[in-house]
Write a protein that binds this ligand. Sequence first.
Ligand SMILES: *[C@@H]1O[C@H](CO)[C@@H](O)[C@H](O)[C@H]1NC(C)=O
Ligand SMILES: *[C@@H]1O[C@H](CO)[C@@H](O)[C@H](O)[C@H]1NC(C)=O
Ligand SMILES: *[C@@H]1O[C@H](CO)[C@@H](O)[C@H](O)[C@H]1NC(C)=O
Length: 275
Amino acid sequence: MGLKLIFLIFCISTVFILSLTVLKINVISNTKLKLKYLYSASYIDKNISSVIKFIINPKCDSNFVVWIVTSSANDPSYRTALRHAYPSEILETLNITRVFLLGMPKEKNIWKYILKESQTYNDLLQGNFLENYRNLTLKHLMGLKWASSNCKATFLIKSDDDTVLDIFEILKFLQERRIKENAISGYVLKEMKPIRISNNKWFVTRQDFPENVYPDFLSGWFYITSLKVAQLLFHTSKKFKNFFWIDDVFITGILRQECGIKLEELNNFYTTDYR
Ligand SMILES: *[C@@H]1O[C@H](CO)[C@@H](O)[C@H](O)[C@H]1NC(C)=O
Ligand SMILES: *[C@@H]1O[C@H](CO)[C@@H](O)[C@H](O)[C@H]1NC(C)=O
Ligand SMILES: *[C@@H]1O[C@H](CO)[C@@H](O)[C@H](O)[C@H]1NC(C)=O
């Protein structure tokens, strides 16, 4: 009894301290981290939305927010940190269901650890595709597919597992309905250009992406939309045979444009090191 109470106080104070200190999103360090990934591109030539299958398919109980988190199947450390910051039990009381999106690691000896982690936390969503950064679009679409068919929530939040969010601030924002329901809200990246230097690791061929400028898209660190928009994005993805493998560009840029959905700037949610 006493121990449980101490543990509860510990959990609550951890969340409280985190929400006071780590708060929001650190754009500067993330920019450095994500730049490479931002400029990498290719197509996968398959009708993938029909191909994505769930290997591990958790329940979606929340009626308010479903939170999908891109995560590495090979590295549980960010998931552990996020679970410490926001334990599922606390998210549950806030009507939030969080799942981590994983692929299949090449190394089969890791599979059993993932299964064990899933049995412990019930918060892993795993797809039947190889874990690889070139399959990030598949992973992201898997999250939208799962949320579309399993959740009754009003809103969807997407983030990366190395992004630190103030979920309480976001919740307040959502509860006050300060978000446009027919938009995708996040950190807007405008007029980004593909790299055309052939010896660059992140070279984008004209075949990969024929235009000179990407459609405006959102940083994958974090975005919010309504579940309705998430469903529309997923259903629209079935029209595509080719999947541009930078998921942020493909989903919040190309697919979004195809659906006629607007981007909403939430840039003041983000903090920088230069304050
Ligand atoms: C969660 O959902 C239930 C049922 O709709 C509702 O009664 C409760 O107030 C909600 N809790 C929060 C924190 O939003
Ligand atoms: C993406 O996943 C598919 C399906 O498992 C696999 O065939 C393909 O090799 C993966 N792509 C990369 C670049 O690993
Ligand atoms: C992709 O597959 C789905 C389901 O089989 C099908 O309904 C859709 O027409 C396909 N799309 C394309 C472009 O082939």
